[in-house]
Design a protein around this ligand. Structure first.
Ligand code: ZN
Ligand code: ZN
Length: 203
């Protein structure tokens, strides 16, 4: 699995930083997790990472907040008709396929919506990687659901006001992105990776 951070408050040289989050997951299929806020920033960073619109097989939206789904409208206009499946939380008024806690594509599992937000669980053989938007659904709830699918290798995304950060030390990687109150504290952990648009991780 290759993970490319497309959108974050922080950016590497040559990439644009903007409030929001998005990442591109290359696995059995290529999935774009959230779209960030500004479409121009999303497109700029995608291009820099060598991701073309036609590479996107599926889009998973964690929740309908503007900083996660803001880029979706314009992105949809550029997608080839019918090719890309868009998965959205059931309570949102976004257009797309509404899913619950299920494996909606091989090795791609939604936690189901809790408090307006769903997180993504991606399985790579016996490893599980969790992707979160803002974690309005509570990171602890997400971890509990993900544990049923395998052993958690890493967590990437926004952790919101998650406080029991010490439990994150046991994972191989932890990447606190946009919307993580205790980001600085988590970044001191030896397993932490700094989140920035332009970063590529291979698992
Ligand atoms: Zn957010
Ligand atoms: Zn949010």
């Amino acid at each position: 699995m290759i993970i490319k951070i497309v959108y974050d408050n922080k950016a590497m040289h040559g990439f644009k930083a903007s409030w929001g989050f998005s990442c591109f997951i290359e696995h059995d299929i290529n999935l774009l997790f959230d779209t960030g806020w500004r479409y121009s920033v999303l497109r700029h960073n995608m291009e820099k990472l060598g991701i073309s619109i036609n590479d996107i097989d599926a889009i998973f939206i964690s929740h309908s907040h503007w900083d996660h789904a803001g880029g979706l409208k314009k992105l949809k206009l550029e997608l080839e008709f019918d090719k890309t499946k868009i998965y959205v939380p059931p309570s949102s008024n976004l257009e797309g396929i509404k899913i619950s806690n299920e494996e909606f594509l091989p090795n791609f599992i939604s936690t189901g919506e809790i408090n307006g937000e769903q997180s993504l669980i991606v399985r790579d053989k016996d490893k599980i990687v969790i992707f979160t938007g803002c974690s309005h659904n509570g990171l602890k709830n997400v971890i509990k659901i993900a544990e049923k699918y395998g052993s958690i290798y890493g967590i990437i995304g926004g952790f919101h006001d998650f406080r029991e950060i010490d439990i994150l030390k046991k994972y191989k990687i932890v990447m606190p992105c946009h919307c993580t109150k205790l980001k600085k504290e988590i970044e001191t952990f030896p397993n932490a990776i700094e989140c920035m648009a332009g970063k590529v991780i291979e698992i």
